[in-house]
Design a protein around this ligand. Structure first.
Ligand code: ADP
Length: 462
């Protein structure tokens, strides 16, 4: 998730970076080219205005009686408008020409005999105004050039630059995708490997990389760290297993001695009888703890054998509930079955399945007065097995922790409850995992605890 957001950030940085750069370059290019084109056009227009002014001067000089209109049309160019001030009288071919738009400063300067030029924006049109004095015939020629043609060229240029900017941005973003993929690949491999190791696959290591590459050192330290961790885990597991086995024999001797004492209980005084009761109970708890520890360490070492068979889930559950009830005593809980599951089958180890049911039923008996119902619900490719009671339930905070080793919840602190080892649910989870299932604690419809087990059904791809 994190690497994905990092990738997104890299792509954004590349994309936005190229967008910014290409926009900047595009803007600079656009205004640079625009200035050059305008200057060139203005030079051409100025030259033409000189030619036009010379024509007018010759006409007025050689034929002073020529009609003003005709004089104007002589000098008029196709893309300009001509204004003449002959002896103080303004003349133009188009009477609508706004000669008053020519600035007073330009008029004054031209009247004084200076050539003036002026670039102006009139309603988003760019005009170039040239003023040329012809003192010999007391005339000033003003020519207004429209730079419309240039405007069109500018728009085309803008389109080309915009497209180029867009193209480079896409190119930049694609570069970002490529670079992020390349640079983040080792990170993705590390996070996948770490996830696999956290999931219990202790044989996984990072693949070796080219010598001298940047990730070589990371790979070496990571793999060395995992090696050390695995060694430590194995040592701890072996220690727990060894201790449990070592304690087993003296404990058996203790249990035998206690049972001999039990046979002579009647000969003991009341205080000794009470001590014997306490001793026998503690020995029982201790034996349970050692058995659970040995089973857990076997499961940790992957030494617990599995005898798998395909069985009807309904039949299996009914049998398990019946045999556990027979052993534990009390009323047999109801087994409610989703009709869809009548023919459903699972691939399980009978002994482990029965251990799961026995553990959950024993907990329900100790903490909640017994199981209310065992419910089998169809979940498509899975079956959901719910073991429900109507006891005090398990708080949301505890639901997260009840499967941890040696965890004892609020319910276990009740003095009337027979003490457990804190390993029961941890073992149940190991058994469920070995059957490719999942277990979680939640709330039953009766308000008590619900232990929900999901098991894959046979006949569906896993
Ligand atoms: P323990 O030996 O203490 O019973 P478990 O691993 O079997 O250990 O259970 C862990 C804790 O989960 C218990 O201490 C208890 O607080 C809680 N718990 C288990 N089953 C139930 C239940 N049916 N109702 C309420 N709390 C329960």
């Amino acid at each position: 998730m994190r690497s994905r957001s990092l990738r997104l950030r890299l792509i954004l940085i590349f994309g936005l970076g190229t967008l910014l750069l290409s926009s900047l370059l595009g803007t600079l290019t656009f205004f640079g080219v625009r200035d050059v084109l305008i200057t060139q056009q203005q030079q051409t227009d100025l030259q033409q205005s000189y030619v036009n002014a010379a024509l007018i001067r010759n006409t007025l000089y050689t034929a002073p009686l020529t009609l003003a209109n005709e004089v104007v049309s002589i000098g008029q160019s196709a893309n300009s408008t001509l204004l003449l001030n002959i002896h103080g009288q303004w003349q133009t071919i188009n009477p609508a020409t706004p000669f008053i738009d020519i600035s007073a400063a330009a008029m004054r300067a031209t009247a004084k005999g200076h050539v003036t030029t002026e670039t102006r924006m009139v309603q988003s049109d760019l005009d170039y105004v040239v003023g040329i004095p012809i003192p010999a015939v007391q005339t000033q020629v003003f020519e207004v050039w429209q730079l419309d043609g240039l405007e069109h060229n500018m728009r085309v240029l803008l389109l080309i630059i915009g497209s180029a900017a867009l193209f480079t941005t896409i190119l930049g973003a694609s570069g970002g995708v490529w670079v992020s993929r390349r640079t983040l690949r080792p990170l993705v491999v590390v996070s996948d490997t770490a996830a696999r190791i956290a999931g219990g696959d202790f044989a996984t290591r990072l693949p070796t990389t080219h010598a001298g590459s940047e990730v070589e050192q990371l790979t070496e330290s990571f793999n060395a760290m995992v090696d050390q961790l695995v060694t430590k885990l194995e040592r701890d597991a072996r220690f727990a297993s060894d201790v449990s086995h070592e304690l087993r024999s003296p404990l058996t001797a203790l249990a035998m001695s206690a049972s001999i004492l039990e046979q002579h209980r009647g000969e003991l005084d009341p205080a000794a009888q009470e001590s014997l009761t306490l001793l026998s109970a503690e020995i029982l708890v201790f034996q349970g703890l050692i058995e659970d520890l040995i089973e857990l360490s076997r499961s940790d070492a992957g030494a617990n054998s599995l005898t798998l068979e395909v069985i009807s889930i309904v039949e299996l559950t009914r049998q398990a509930v019946r045999s556990v009830t027979r052993r534990m005593g009390g009323d047999e809980p109801l087994v409610e079955v989703d009709p869809e599951l009548e023919d459903a089958r699972v691939l399980v180890d009978r002994r482990r399945f029965e251990r799961i049911i026995a553990n959950l039923m024993d907990n329900a008996r100790r903490y909640a007065g017994g199981v209310v119902a065992v419910r089998l619900v169809s979940r498509g490719t899975h079956v959901q097995l719910n073991v429900d009671d109507a006891g005090p339930g398990i708080s949301e905070v505890e639901q997260e922790h009840v499967f941890e080793r040696f965890f004892r919840g609020r319910a276990a602190h009740d003095r009337s409850v027979v003490r457990g080892t804190g390993l029961g649910l941890a073992l149940v989870r190991e058994h469920v995992k070995s059957l490719d299932g999942e277990i979680r604690a939640t709330e039953s419809p009766e308000g008590g605890a619900r232990f929900q087990i999901d098991l894959p059904l046979v006949g569906f791809p896993s």
